[in-house]
Design a protein. Structure first.
Length: 612
C-alpha cells in the first residue's frame, strides 16, 4: 500500500501496523518506525519523498503522504517547491510556523507529526481532504491509516459494520463526510489539524479553511482568461520536476485541457476496446499536442480483473469498476514516473454539481433550463440527494431508508450546518460544495486507485482554481463551458477536435453540445448491438454481467458473507442477479456496489469475527 498506517499511545510498540498489498510489485519503498509510544508503517512510490520520518528543527518526527507543489507566504506570494521533497518542505514550514504551516501549502497530502517532548501526535490534511486519513480512538491510543481497511484496532474498540452507513454506500456509491460503514472508524475532516495528547488521551482539532461561494461581478471573458492562466501554471507546477509524466486521456475535454496547458512532453494512456469513436478522438488530440499515445485495450474480462485488483484497496468510494486503470497498473508504472488526470473539472466548473431547475416532459424526457435552484433548507437538500443521479434503491437492501440516514446526520445551529461531521457555512454552501469538501464525497474510485499505481497529480485541484470556482457566478457554469473556452484560449487546434460525446468541436457553444449529447446518445442506442463495447470511454456493465459471470462468481464465493450482512436480503440479491441476466431489468450498478463490499478483505474479516 502507498500511504501510512500506525498507532500512537500506550504500548504502541507492540503493534505491527499492516498495509494493503502493493498494486505494482516492486514499485514501493517501505519504511517502519517504532518506539515505546508510536509505531508507523509507511510505503511510498520508488523515487518519491521516501526518506521518512524527517526530523524537524525542534526534534519532532514528520511523515507525509502526498505532494506539495507550492507554499504561500504572508504577503500572498507563491513559491514553487519540488513535490519530491514534500516531507522536507513540511518540516521546514512547521519549524517556522508551527501547525499553522498547513494553511500555507498547495497540494494533496496528509501527514503526522510526533513530538516526543510534548508527548503529542498531530495529524494534518489538505484543504479538500484529497488524501484521506481514517482513525480509531481507544482509551489510551490513537490508531490511523490512509486506507479504511488497514486501520489498526485498539483493544477496547470493537470494529463492526454500521448498517446505516453501509446502507448509505449501497444507496449512493459513497458515505458522506467523516463517516464510514465501520463502527469505530471515522475520517479526518478536510482542512483540519488534529492533535492527540498521548498522556491524557485528549483530542484537540480545528478547521483552518472552508469553501465559501462568493461570486464576483465580472464578465465571462474575465473567468476564461483567469482559468487559462491559472490552469497553465497549475500544470506547470505538476510537471516541473524531472521524470516522465503520463496523462490518462479520454476523448472529452477535461484531460484534453491538460494537454493544452502542458509544455512538458506527456505520455498519454487511453482505456479502450479497439478504435472506437472515443479512442480515435483521443489519439487525434494526443497527435495534435505532440504527445505519445498508448491505447490500452481491455477485453470482455476486464471488469473481473478490476474486481480482483480493486478489492484489497477499496475505500467505500465508488464501485470497484471505477478504478478504471488498475488492470494496466504495471504497464503504466513501467512507462511513467507520475500520472496526471483531468479529474474534478465538472465539480469545479461544470453544470453537474450545480443545483438546477428541471422540467419533466412526456415520454420520460427531462429538460434542464440554465437556471439555478439552490436548496435553502435541510429538507430540500435531502430531497435533492434522494433524486440525485448516483442514488439507487436496491431491492436487496433492508437497512434504514436513505432519507433517514441523511436527516440523522444533518444538523443546523445558528445558521451553520454540520453534515456527516463536516462543517459548512449554510445549507446553500453545503449543496454547492458537498461533492468536493471532502473529495472523498465523490462517487468514483478513479483517484484512489490511480494513487496506488503512480504518484498522481490533479491540476484542477490547485487552490488557485478552487478559489476561481468559488468566485464564478453559477449562471456561467450553466450557460457556458469554462473548460472548453479555456482550451480554445490555450490551444485552438485542440479546440477544433470534436468532443466524443457530442461529436461537435469544443469551439461550438454549450447549447449546441447539450443538444449534441442527446442526439449522439440516440444514435448510439440505434447503432450498437448487445455488447459490452460502446462508442464511448466505458464498457457497458449491464452487458458485461450478461457476457461474463463475475457477479455470479462473487455471489457464490461469498455466500456465507452475503448471508451474514444484516442489512442485506441475500435471496433478493440473488433474484436481482437472475433477473438481470435474463434481461428483465438492468441493475448492474446495484450489483457492482454489492460485490464491491463482498470482495473487500475488511468485509470478510468483520463478518468472520461475527460468525466466530
Amino acid at each position: 500500500m502507498v500511504g501510512l498506517s500506525g498507532v500512537v499511545g500506550t504500548d504502541a510498540a507492540e503493534h505491527d501496523p499492516e498495509t494493503i498489498p502493493p498494486t505494482v510489485a516492486g514499485g514501493e519503498t517501505d519504511t517502519a518506525y517504532r518506539d515505546a509510544n508510536i509505531a508507523v508503517h509507511a510505503a511510498f512510490h520508488a523515487g518519491t519523498t521516501v526518506d521518512q520520518p524527517v526530523e524537524t528543527a525542534g526534534g519532532s518526527l514528520l511523515w507525509v503522504w502526498g505532494e506539495v507543489y507550492s507554499v504561500t507566504d504572508d504577503r500572498r506570494g507563491r513559491r514553487t517547491v519540488d513535490p519530491n521533497r514534500t516531507a522536507d518542505v513540511c518540516a521546514a514550514e512547521y519549524a517556522e510556523h508551527g501547525t499553522d504551516f498547513v494553511s500555507r501549502l498547495d497540494g494533496e497530502f496528509v501527514g503526522c507529526i510526533y513530538d516526543p517532548t510534548a508527548d503529542t501526535a498531530t495529524f494534518f490534511i489538505d484543504r479538500l481532504g484529497a488524501r484521506p486519513l481514517y482513525f480509531a480512538v481507544g482509551d489510551d491510543r490513537f490508531a490511523f491509516s490512509t486506507n479504511v481497511q488497514t486501520v489498526p484496532e485498539p483493544p477496547d474498540v470493537g470494529f463492526g459494520f454500521d448498517d446505516a452507513f453501509l446502507s448509505e454506500y449501497l444507496y449512493a456509491r459513497r458515505v458522506f463526510g467523516t463517516k464510514t460503514p465501520v463502527s469505530g472508524i471515522e475520517q479526518l475532516p478536510p482542512a483540519t489539524v488534529l492533535t492527540y495528547d498521548l498522556g491524557t488521551g485528549a483530542i484537540d482539532h480545528h478547521q483552518y479553511w472552508e469553501p465559501r461561494y462568493r461570486p464576483v461581478s465580472k464578465p465571462f471573458d474575465y473567468f476564461v482568461r483567469e482559468f487559462a492562466d491559472r490552469f497553465e501554471r497549475a500544470v506547470a507546477d505538476r510537471t516541473a520536476d524531472e521524470g516522465d509524466h503520463g496523462l490518462l486521456l479520454s476523448g472529452g475535454s477535461d484531460s484534453r485541457a491538460v494537454l493544452a496547458a502542458a509544455d512538458a512532453p506527456l505520455t498519454t494512456f487511453h482505456l479502450g476496446d479497439g478504435p472506437n469513436r472515443e479512442a480515435k478522438i483521443a489519439r487525434r488530440s494526443a497527435a495534435t499536442a505532440g504527445a505519445s499515445f498508448d491505447r490500452l485495450d481491455r477485453g470482455p474480462d476486464y471488469h473481473a480483473r478490476l474486481l480482483e485488483r480493486a478489492a484489497p484497496i477499496m475505500e467505500f468510494i465508488g464501485p470497484f469498476h471505477t478504478g478504471h486503470a488498475l488492470g494496466f497498473a504495471e504497464r503504466i508504472a513501467g512507462e511513467v514516473d507520475t500520472l496526471l488526470t483531468g479529474l474534478y473539472s465538472d465539480d469545479l466548473f461544470g453544470a453537474w454539481s450545480v443545483p438546477q431547475q428541471e422540467i419533466d416532459l412526456p415520454f420520460g424526457v427531462t429538460l434542464y433550463p440554465p437556471f439555478v435552484d439552490r436548496p435553502t433548507s435541510g429538507e430540500e437538500f435531502v430531497a435533492a440527494q434522494l433524486e440525485a443521479g448516483p442514488t439507487r434503491q436496491p431491492p436487496y437492501l433492508t437497512g434504514p431508508p436513505y432519507g433517514d440516514v441523511l436527516r440523522a446526520n444533518l444538523r443546523t445551529r445558528d445558521g451553520r450546518v454540520d453534515f456527516h461531521g463536516v462543517a459548512y457555512e449554510s445549507i446553500t454552501q453545503l449543496a454547492m460544495n458537498s461533492s468536493l469538501f471532502p473529495i472523498t464525497n465523490g462517487i468514483g474510485f478513479d483517484l484512489y486507485s490511480a494513487l496506488q499505481i503512480a504518484p498522481t497529480r490533479n491540476p484542477f485541484l490547485d487552490r488557485r482554481l478552487v478559489d476561481l470556482h468559488l468566485s464564478m457566478p453559477l449562471r456561467y457554469r450553466l450557460r457556458h463551458d469554462l473548460v472548453y473556452a479555456g482550451i480554445r484560449s490555450l490551444s485552438p487546434a485542440l479546440a477544433r477536435i470534436p468532443h466524443s460525446s457530442t461529436r461537435l468541436p469544443l469551439s461550438y457553444p454549450k447549447a449546441a453540445h447539450v443538444v449534441g449529447t442527446r442526439v449522439s446518445n440516440q444514435f448510439d442506442k440505434l447503432d450498437r448491438p448487445r455488447s459490452y463495447r460502446t462508442g464511448g470511454p466505458w464498457q457497458d456493465k449491464n452487458e458485461v454481467i450478461r457476457q461474463h459471470d463475475l457477479v455470479g462468481d462473487a455471489l457464490d464465493a461469498n455466500e456465507d458473507t452475503l448471508d451474514s450482512l444484516s442489512c442485506i436480503d441475500p435471496q433478493a440479491a440473488r433474484e436481482m442477479y437472475r433477473s438481470h441476466r435474463s434481461r428483465e431489468m438492468n441493475v448492474a450498478e446495484e450489483l457492482y456496489r454489492l460485490v464491491t463490499v463482498l470482495e473487500m478483505p475488511l468485509t470478510k474479516r468483520l463478518v468472520g469475527r461475527e460468525q466466530g
